[in-house]
Design a binder for this molecule. Sequence first.
Ligand code: SF4
Length: 233
Amino acid sequence: METHINEVFSSIQGEGLLIGRRQIFVRFSGCNLSCNYCDTSKSRDPYYGNLISSDDLFNRINRLKTDDLHSLSFTGGEPLLHADFIQDFLKKHKFKSLLETNGSLPDEMKKLTNLIDYVSIDIKLPEHGAAKNWDDLFELELESIKLLRDKEINTYCKVVVMPQTELDMITYIASTITNEIKDTSNFAMVIQPVSPLNNWVDAGQKLLTLSEAAGKYIEVLTIPQIHKLLNIK
Ligand code: SF4
Protein backbone atom coordinates (compact mmCIF):
# COMPACT_ATOMS: atom_id res chain seq x y z
CA MET A 1 0.00 0.00 0.00
CA GLU A 2 1.22 3.52 -0.83
CA THR A 3 0.05 6.99 0.13
CA HIS A 4 1.10 10.64 -0.16
CA ILE A 5 3.33 11.73 2.69
CA ASN A 6 4.56 15.30 2.94
CA GLU A 7 7.53 14.63 5.24
CA VAL A 8 8.97 12.31 7.88
CA PHE A 9 11.23 13.89 10.48
CA SER A 10 12.42 13.59 14.07
CA SER A 11 11.75 16.42 16.50
CA ILE A 12 10.31 17.34 19.89
CA GLN A 13 6.55 17.42 20.30
CA GLY A 14 5.65 21.07 20.74
CA GLU A 15 1.94 20.85 21.57
CA GLY A 16 -0.52 19.11 23.85
CA LEU A 17 -0.03 16.56 26.60
CA LEU A 18 2.99 14.82 25.04
CA ILE A 19 4.84 18.13 24.90
CA GLY A 20 8.60 17.74 25.16
CA ARG A 21 8.61 14.12 23.99
CA ARG A 22 10.94 13.10 21.18
CA GLN A 23 8.86 11.82 18.31
CA ILE A 24 9.16 10.86 14.68
CA PHE A 25 6.53 12.86 12.82
CA VAL A 26 4.78 11.38 9.81
CA ARG A 27 3.06 14.29 8.10
CA PHE A 28 0.39 13.10 5.67
CA SER A 29 -0.83 15.16 2.73
CA GLY A 30 -4.35 16.53 2.32
CA CYS A 31 -6.97 17.91 4.69
CA ASN A 32 -10.77 18.05 4.59
CA LEU A 33 -10.93 21.35 6.54
CA SER A 34 -9.58 24.84 5.85
CA CYS A 35 -8.62 26.61 9.09
CA ASN A 36 -7.49 30.20 8.69
CA TYR A 37 -4.59 29.70 11.16
CA CYS A 38 -3.24 26.56 9.45
CA ASP A 39 0.57 26.47 9.68
CA THR A 40 0.94 23.42 7.44
CA SER A 41 -0.81 24.83 4.38
CA LYS A 42 1.37 22.83 1.94
CA SER A 43 0.19 19.60 3.51
CA ARG A 44 -3.42 20.50 2.71
CA ASP A 45 -2.58 19.64 -0.91
CA PRO A 46 -3.44 15.92 -1.21
CA TYR A 47 -0.63 15.38 -3.73
CA TYR A 48 2.13 17.29 -1.93
CA GLY A 49 5.18 15.20 -1.05
CA ASN A 50 5.92 11.68 -2.26
CA LEU A 51 4.02 8.47 -2.70
CA ILE A 52 5.53 6.30 0.04
CA SER A 53 4.96 2.61 0.72
CA SER A 54 4.52 1.07 4.14
CA ASP A 55 7.97 -0.59 3.91
CA ASP A 56 9.59 2.65 2.79
CA LEU A 57 8.05 4.46 5.76
CA PHE A 58 9.33 1.75 8.11
CA ASN A 59 12.88 2.16 6.71
CA ARG A 60 12.74 5.95 7.02
CA ILE A 61 11.58 5.69 10.63
CA ASN A 62 14.38 3.28 11.47
CA ARG A 63 16.97 5.65 10.02
CA LEU A 64 15.59 8.49 12.20
CA LYS A 65 15.32 6.53 15.47
CA THR A 66 17.16 7.96 18.48
CA ASP A 67 17.56 6.61 22.02
CA ASP A 68 15.13 9.20 23.39
CA LEU A 69 12.31 8.28 20.98
CA HIS A 70 8.96 8.24 22.77
CA SER A 71 6.54 7.53 19.92
CA LEU A 72 5.46 8.24 16.38
CA SER A 73 3.14 11.14 15.63
CA PHE A 74 0.74 10.71 12.73
CA THR A 75 -0.10 14.24 11.72
CA GLY A 76 -0.92 16.34 8.69
CA GLY A 77 -2.91 17.66 7.02
CA GLU A 78 -5.49 15.22 8.28
CA PRO A 79 -3.97 11.78 8.95
CA LEU A 80 -7.37 10.05 9.04
CA LEU A 81 -7.66 10.62 5.28
CA HIS A 82 -4.97 7.89 5.28
CA ALA A 83 -6.53 5.64 7.93
CA ASP A 84 -6.24 2.49 5.77
CA PHE A 85 -2.52 3.13 5.27
CA ILE A 86 -1.92 3.78 8.99
CA GLN A 87 -3.92 0.68 9.90
CA ASP A 88 -1.87 -1.45 7.52
CA PHE A 89 1.41 0.07 8.78
CA LEU A 90 0.64 -0.40 12.49
CA LYS A 91 -0.57 -3.96 11.95
CA LYS A 92 2.80 -4.78 10.40
CA HIS A 93 5.01 -2.68 12.68
CA LYS A 94 4.53 -2.24 16.40
CA PHE A 95 5.13 1.38 17.40
CA LYS A 96 3.75 3.46 20.23
CA SER A 97 1.91 6.26 18.45
CA LEU A 98 -0.04 9.49 18.73
CA LEU A 99 -2.73 10.49 16.25
CA GLU A 100 -3.13 14.26 15.82
CA THR A 101 -6.50 14.70 14.14
CA ASN A 102 -9.15 17.33 13.53
CA GLY A 103 -11.72 14.82 14.79
CA SER A 104 -14.10 15.24 11.87
CA LEU A 105 -13.87 11.66 10.55
CA PRO A 106 -15.12 9.31 13.30
CA ASP A 107 -15.82 6.47 10.85
CA GLU A 108 -12.17 6.50 9.76
CA MET A 109 -11.09 6.73 13.40
CA LYS A 110 -12.82 3.39 14.07
CA LYS A 111 -10.22 1.68 11.87
CA LEU A 112 -7.44 2.68 14.29
CA THR A 113 -8.94 2.32 17.75
CA ASN A 114 -7.14 -0.98 18.41
CA LEU A 115 -3.80 0.31 17.17
CA ILE A 116 -3.26 3.86 18.47
CA ASP A 117 -2.04 4.74 21.99
CA TYR A 118 -2.78 8.47 22.21
CA VAL A 119 -5.13 10.79 20.35
CA SER A 120 -5.13 14.57 20.22
CA ILE A 121 -8.43 15.93 18.85
CA ASP A 122 -8.71 19.51 17.73
CA ILE A 123 -11.94 21.28 18.58
CA LYS A 124 -12.40 24.00 15.98
CA LEU A 125 -13.99 27.34 16.83
CA PRO A 126 -16.40 29.26 14.54
CA GLU A 127 -13.72 31.94 14.02
CA HIS A 128 -11.34 29.34 12.55
CA GLY A 129 -13.49 29.13 9.40
CA ALA A 130 -12.66 25.41 9.21
CA ALA A 131 -15.96 24.20 7.74
CA LYS A 132 -19.19 25.65 6.34
CA ASN A 133 -21.31 24.44 9.25
CA TRP A 134 -19.60 24.71 12.64
CA ASP A 135 -22.38 22.88 14.54
CA ASP A 136 -22.10 19.82 12.28
CA LEU A 137 -18.32 19.82 12.70
CA PHE A 138 -18.60 20.02 16.50
CA GLU A 139 -21.02 17.05 16.45
CA LEU A 140 -18.45 14.98 14.56
CA GLU A 141 -15.69 16.01 16.97
CA LEU A 142 -17.90 14.96 19.91
CA GLU A 143 -18.63 11.64 18.23
CA SER A 144 -14.89 11.04 17.84
CA ILE A 145 -14.23 11.88 21.49
CA LYS A 146 -17.01 9.54 22.69
CA LEU A 147 -15.74 6.73 20.47
CA LEU A 148 -12.20 7.04 21.85
CA ARG A 149 -13.41 7.28 25.45
CA ASP A 150 -15.49 4.12 24.96
CA LYS A 151 -12.36 2.34 23.76
CA GLU A 152 -10.39 3.74 26.73
CA ILE A 153 -7.79 5.38 24.53
CA ASN A 154 -5.66 8.09 26.08
CA THR A 155 -7.33 11.15 24.54
CA TYR A 156 -7.25 14.89 25.07
CA CYS A 157 -8.73 17.76 23.11
CA LYS A 158 -6.96 20.89 21.97
CA VAL A 159 -8.55 24.26 21.25
CA VAL A 160 -6.55 26.89 19.40
CA VAL A 161 -7.79 30.17 20.85
CA MET A 162 -7.51 33.57 19.20
CA PRO A 163 -7.53 37.10 20.63
CA GLN A 164 -11.23 37.38 19.62
CA THR A 165 -12.25 34.01 21.15
CA GLU A 166 -15.22 34.52 23.45
CA LEU A 167 -15.58 33.15 26.95
CA ASP A 168 -19.08 31.91 26.16
CA MET A 169 -17.81 29.72 23.35
CA ILE A 170 -15.15 28.08 25.54
CA THR A 171 -17.77 27.59 28.27
CA TYR A 172 -20.15 26.03 25.74
CA ILE A 173 -17.52 23.64 24.39
CA ALA A 174 -16.22 22.55 27.80
CA SER A 175 -19.71 22.05 29.26
CA THR A 176 -20.97 20.16 26.20
CA ILE A 177 -18.01 17.78 26.20
CA THR A 178 -18.52 17.13 29.91
CA ASN A 179 -22.24 16.44 29.38
CA GLU A 180 -21.48 14.05 26.53
CA ILE A 181 -18.69 11.98 28.06
CA LYS A 182 -19.99 12.07 31.68
CA ASP A 183 -16.80 10.67 33.24
CA THR A 184 -14.12 13.31 32.67
CA SER A 185 -11.36 11.53 34.61
CA ASN A 186 -8.19 11.25 32.51
CA PHE A 187 -9.54 13.74 30.01
CA ALA A 188 -8.29 17.28 29.57
CA MET A 189 -8.67 20.29 27.36
CA VAL A 190 -5.52 22.01 26.18
CA ILE A 191 -5.98 25.70 25.42
CA GLN A 192 -3.38 26.68 22.85
CA PRO A 193 -2.99 30.39 22.02
CA VAL A 194 -2.62 30.88 18.29
CA SER A 195 0.96 31.69 17.26
CA PRO A 196 2.71 34.11 17.08
CA LEU A 197 2.20 35.22 20.66
CA ASN A 198 3.51 38.71 19.98
CA ASN A 199 0.33 39.42 17.97
CA TRP A 200 -1.68 39.21 21.20
CA VAL A 201 -2.53 42.16 23.44
CA ASP A 202 -2.54 41.19 27.12
CA ALA A 203 -2.40 37.47 26.28
CA GLY A 204 -1.79 36.44 29.89
CA GLN A 205 -5.00 37.95 31.24
CA LYS A 206 -7.11 36.65 28.35
CA LEU A 207 -5.73 33.14 28.73
CA LEU A 208 -6.37 33.16 32.48
CA THR A 209 -10.03 33.98 31.94
CA LEU A 210 -10.45 31.33 29.22
CA SER A 211 -8.81 28.74 31.49
CA GLU A 212 -11.16 29.65 34.36
CA ALA A 213 -14.19 29.36 32.08
CA ALA A 214 -13.20 25.88 30.87
CA GLY A 215 -12.03 24.79 34.32
CA LYS A 216 -15.57 24.97 35.70
CA TYR A 217 -16.34 21.87 33.65
CA ILE A 218 -13.15 20.08 32.65
CA GLU A 219 -9.47 19.69 33.52
CA VAL A 220 -7.67 22.39 31.59
CA LEU A 221 -4.08 23.25 30.68
CA THR A 222 -2.84 26.29 28.77
CA ILE A 223 0.16 25.46 26.59
CA PRO A 224 1.63 27.49 23.71
CA GLN A 225 3.46 25.81 20.83
CA ILE A 226 6.97 25.29 22.21
CA HIS A 227 8.64 24.01 19.04
CA LYS A 228 8.30 27.52 17.64
CA LEU A 229 9.98 28.95 20.76
CA LEU A 230 12.79 26.40 20.34
CA ASN A 231 13.04 27.25 16.64
CA ILE A 232 12.66 23.62 15.60
CA LYS A 233 10.19 21.95 13.25
S1 SF4 B 1 -7.39 20.73 10.33
FE1 SF4 B 1 -5.20 21.11 10.68
S2 SF4 B 1 -4.20 20.70 8.70
FE2 SF4 B 1 -6.42 20.92 8.31
S3 SF4 B 1 -6.67 23.05 7.73
FE3 SF4 B 1 -7.06 22.90 9.93
S4 SF4 B 1 -5.07 23.33 10.92
FE4 SF4 B 1 -4.66 22.88 8.73
